[in-house]
Design a protein around this ligand. Structure first.
Ligand SMILES: Nc1ncnc2c1ncn2[C@@H]1O[C@H](COP(=O)(O)OP(=O)(O)OP(=O)(O)O)[C@@H](O)[C@H]1O
Length: 362
């Protein structure tokens, strides 16, 4: 299957910074989030797709066609920026219709197009309002309508929701989810907000220092992050080193980690040196050992408790390593957890992922 949008071995040299050989393929109708640390090159990649930067090497492909040398207006892409980029001297209608300026439409045809898309993004009652009188959320809906009115091949979002308050951001996510489904839009979304990834993305690509380090389905990338930057960036702080003791026929791998024996359902070979990861929210915290269904039960001493939004992050020290658990505030209060308490961190063999393995050569 040909990807709708593809960048191949993209090199963009901007002096101090370069995009170095980026490869990415987004299928038609897919929602891809581009994440990474600040200055990693997310916006440069997006602007190169749009045609704002010309790559020294590599290609931008749309529906299998090389568009690298096409001017931006010929690529038929829609883009929405964090700071809306609306014309302050034009009203909502005029801002939206601007997208159609190069199209052949009768006056009534244009009006109908604007009304249809404005209704779709929920601003049909604001068409003759001055841009300056709109809320942030309404301005962002206007720029979304302007981007969508051209029926773009790809909708590009550059931190499009980050200037909005939490409630407006949530509403925009809901709107986008509906639009993507109904209009079958393909999206490339630069974001810092993991909520976007979890609620919208079919695919995620992680950038660091001008390179795409990992791409895939969010659940795969989060549960099996590449060791090094990706694992740390995604907050997979529970990274452990171990040696494989046994692999039984039922698919259970027994691994020695510090002074504990842990179980994973990921395959490996006896004596492999493995790197393991378990997400903090997969850990249950208990005062005593739990039923055997949770294969991994590690006695720990609580070293710190930190409130983070609706969660409490708990660092527990085991023999030879530390682990972080994330539990709800109610859960932590119910158990009256305190620093210095001896508790058990429990998690299933399914939750313990082998993220890299080094086979011992004989
Ligand atoms: N026109 C330009 N000329 C020279 N350098 C640039 C230009 N545009 C961006 N850069 C540099 O390229 C690097 C990557 O910038 P980019 O905006 O792509 O980062 P980002 O990953 O989107 O970061 P953030 O998450 O902070 O927005 C930065 O060091 C930036 O200063």
């Amino acid at each position: 299957m040909t990807a709708l949008l593809e960048v191949q071995n993209l090199h963009v040299d901007l002096g101090e910074f370069s995009l170095r050989g980026a490869d990415l393929a987004v299928e038609e109708g897919a929602y891809c989030c581009l994440i990474g640390d600040s200055g990693s090159g997310k916006s440069v990649l997006l602007e190169t797709v749009v045609g704002g930067f010309h790559p020294q090497r590599g290609k931008v492909m749309l529906r299998g066609q090389d568009v690298t040398n096409w001017p931006p207006e010929r690529r038929n892409l829609g883009i929405v920026y964090q700071d809306f980029m609306l014309f302050p001297h034009l009203n909502v209608f005029e801002n939206i219709v601007f997208g159609l300026r190069r199209r052949k439409f009768s006056r009534s045809g244009m009006e109908e197009e604007v009304r249809t898309i404005a209704a779709r993004v929920g601003i049909e009652n604001l068409l003759y309002r001055d841009i300056k009188t709109l809320s942030g959320g309404e301005q962002q809906r206007t720029s979304l309508a302007r981007a969508l009115i051209v029926r773009p091949q790809v909708l590009l979002l550059d931190e499009a929701f980050s200037a909005l308050d939490v409630a407006s951001r949530e509403r925009m996510r809901y709107l986008l989810r509906e639009l993507v489904k109904d209009l079958h839009v393909t999206v490339l979304n630069v974001t810092h907000d993991m909520e976007d990834v979890w609620t919208l993305a079919d695919q995620v690509a992680v950038l660091h220092d001008g390179q795409i380090l990992q791409t895939g389905k969010p659940e795969d990338v989060f549960s099996c992050p590449q060791p090094g930057f990706v694992a740390e960036f995604l907050g997979a702080r529970n990274i452990l080193q171990g040696t494989v003791l046994t692999c039984d026929k039922s698919g259970l791998t027994h691994i020695s980690v510090g002074q504990n024996g842990l179980y994973s359902t990921d395959p490996a070979s006896i004596d492999d040196r493995v790197q393991l990861s378990v997400r903090p929210e997969e850990l249950a915290v208990a005062r005593k050992q739990l039923p055997i269904t949770l294969r991994n039960q590690i006695p720990v001493r609580i070293e710190s408790l930190e409130r983070r939004g609706p969660l409490v992050l708990i660092i527990g020290k085991a023999a030879g390593f530390s682990l972080e658990a994330a539990v709800t505030v109610a859960g932590a209060q119910e158990q009256n957890l305190n620093i210095g308490d001896n508790v058990v961190f429990a998690f299933s063999a399914n939750s313990l992922r082998i993220i890299s393995r080094e086979t011992k050569h004989i």
